[in-house]
Design a protein around this ligand. Structure first.
Ligand code: NAD
Length: 411
């Protein structure tokens, strides 16, 4: 094993929402970092000191990291002391099957591991940061490297360290959050803990690879189940003609009750995806987790039915969708219920659709409008995302509109 300070050159595979902030943070902390991506456009953008994603202060960090000479981007990996894999882990296309739900797509991890394999040498550390089904670090990453002839666990160390940052606060949370580190053996855990302790201010908590994988999936599944409760409650309250938000506010005055906020569904590449990784491996004993996924996945259709109901009151309704992103104040549309609802309104031709998404300059499927324009033009206002700017919408200004507020913004 090398000493901690010998783990100085880092190769980060995948330069998206996780990989790029991690690479630039490490570079500004004095590590020599090469970021690798399959997209030439991403590589070019970063090498110019620019960014391709929206995240507060990331532009400043990347510029300074690139200008310092500590960060460069490339299509190809290179020799390094530490390899961090931060590639996507979506599920495979197609609906859930009856037994095991949606299937994880591990092809990105597979291909990233094969790509770094020729550059790995004795003493190196490989860290899987991508959110992964239990067993992936051992059964995919370590296995591929072993098959390529590396002495895994002996002089090449392999660990999982899941990322738990919140988009919009990534640069703060990368440093401040506690991290869970699990190696495929004790040596791997030790080397990995030493590495993170050099730039993380939160606690670095040691465990096994499988436990670390399960911890991350548990965090997101727990949120999903709690949001499913809020979403189910919102549908019950609407059926009963009761204000959901008032019910939640009053119920939460109980000292041991804390109901989350409902919404148009659950989106993003984490909470809407990761619970399936548990269901896929343990279908017989993950019934609640699966049902929660199904409740949350069904909520967009409920919202669309409400839009149809309102639209029937007009001859040629103009429907304004406020927000496309999967959550507040980000530009990320992955698995976004808001985006899927807007698309469905368009596909079903329920009315003329106008969209306001303040975090995007343009969109290939929708014409985007300013907030004031959509409010002025629309007959039906469909609030889908609680972006800060939408707090400007006051009930008193929308008296002549039909408002469907899935986020409880307009009170
Ligand atoms: N974004 C988040 O907030 C967040 C939070 C926690 C965990 N995660 C997890 O982190 C992982 C990465 O997520 P992300 O949001 O950064 O994804 P992303 O899509 O923003 O970025 C992934 C990048 O990897 C690149 N890529 C794909 N295959 C590659 C390969 N073989 N070699 C090199 N580059 C490759 C893509 O071009 C892309 O730029 C996922 O497992 C995700 O679930 C994300």
């Amino acid at each position: 094993m090398k000493s901690a300070s010998e783990y100085q050159k880092v190769c980060v595979i995948g330069l998206g929402y996780i990989g790029l902030p991690t690479a630039s943070l490490l570079a500004t902390k004095g590590f020599e970092v090469v970021g690798v991506d399959i997209s030439q456009k991403v590589v070019n953008t970063i090498n110019q000191g620019e960014i391709h994603i929206v995240e507060p202060d990331l532009d400043i960090l990347v510029k300074s990291a690139v200008h310092s000479g500590n960060l460069s981007a490339s299509l190809e990996p290179c020799e390094a002391d530490v390899f961090i894999i931060a590639v996507p882990t979506p599920f495979k296309d197609g609906g859930p099957d009856h037994i095991s739900g949606k299937k994880p797509d591990l092809s990105y991890i597979d291909s990233a591991t094969k790509k770094i394999s020729p550059y790995i040498k004795a003493g190196d550390l490989v860290i899987l940061e991508s959110t992964s089904p239990v067993g992936t670090t051992d059964e995919v990453v370590a296995k591929i490297l072993k098959q390529a002839g590396h002495a895994i666990g002996e002089n090449v160390f392999v660990s999982h360290c899941p990322e738990r940052v919140l988009p919009g606060r990534i640069l703060i949370e990368l440093v401040e959050n506690d991290r869970v580190v699990g190696g495929i053996n004790e040596e791997s855990t030790k080397v990995t803990v030493n590495f993170y302790e050099r730039f993380v201010r939160g606690a670095v908590l040691a465990t096994t690879a499988k436990t670390a994988e399960m911890v991350k999936l548990t965090e997101n599944s727990s949120r999903d189940v709690q949001i499913a409760f809020a979403n189910e409650l919102s549908m019950i309250c609407e059926t009963e003609n009761i204000d959901t938000w008032e019910v939640i506010e009053l119920a939460n005055r109980h000292p041991r009750v804390n109901i989350l906020n409902p919404g148009p569904g659950v989106g993003g590449h984490c909470i809407a995806v990761d619970p399936w990784f548990i269901v896929d491996r343990s279908p017989e004993v993950s019934k609640l987790i699966r049902t929660a996924r199904e409740v949350n996945d069904a909520k967009p259709e409920w919202v669309i039915n409400r839009v149809v109901h309102c639209a029937n009151k007009f001859k040629d309704p103009i429907i304004a969708c406020l927000g496309l992103a999967f959550k507040a104040d980000v530009d990320d549309l992955r698995e976004s219920p808001a985006y899927n609802i807007a698309k469905e309104i368009q596909r079903k031709e329920i009315g003329r659709l106008i969209v306001c998404e303040p975090n995007l300059d343009d969109h290939c499927e929708f014409d985007l409008y300013e907030l004031d324009d959509v409010i002025e033009q629309a007959d039906i206002i469909l609030l889908l995302v609680d972006h800060k700017i939408f707090n400007r919408c006051k009930a008193s200004d929308l008296r002549e509109k039909l408002v469907i507020d899935t986020r409880g913004i307009i009170r």
